[in-house]
Design a protein around this ligand. Structure first.
Ligand SMILES: [Zn+2]
Length: 98
């Protein structure tokens, strides 16, 4: 036998970009579209016990990615294989549309 009742449940209504503050669920999108930068620093790290989670809209995500790519190139300036995977930096699954 099921005994039914109604409960109030918190649901995520929107996700706002932590950089520009824009909504990530503007018109035409079925669900919020965002990227996440997170870290959970543990024992042995300088930031032990600190946890970070940043939500980025599509524009800010790719802007951050471009900055990280530049940083990567600067760090590997004298590495012969530096450009091998630069174009796919962080990309795990390719779009079937492009
Ligand atoms: Zn943004």
């Amino acid at each position: 036998m099921r005994i039914m009742t109604q409960k109030l449940v918190d649901v995520v209504e929107d996700v706002r970009c932590d950089i520009c503050g824009d909504s990530t669920s503007s018109e035409g999108k079925h669900a919020p579209q965002f990227g996440v930068l997170n870290a959970d620093w543990g024992y042995g790290s300088r930031h032990d016990g600190e946890r970070y989670e940043l939500h980025l809209c599509e524009g800010c995500f790719f802007s951050a990615l471009a900055t990280l790519k530049q940083e990567r190139q600067a760090c590997r300036m004298f590495d012969d294989n530096a450009d091998d995977r630069a174009a796919e930096f962080g990309l795990v699954v390719k779009s079937e549309h492009g």
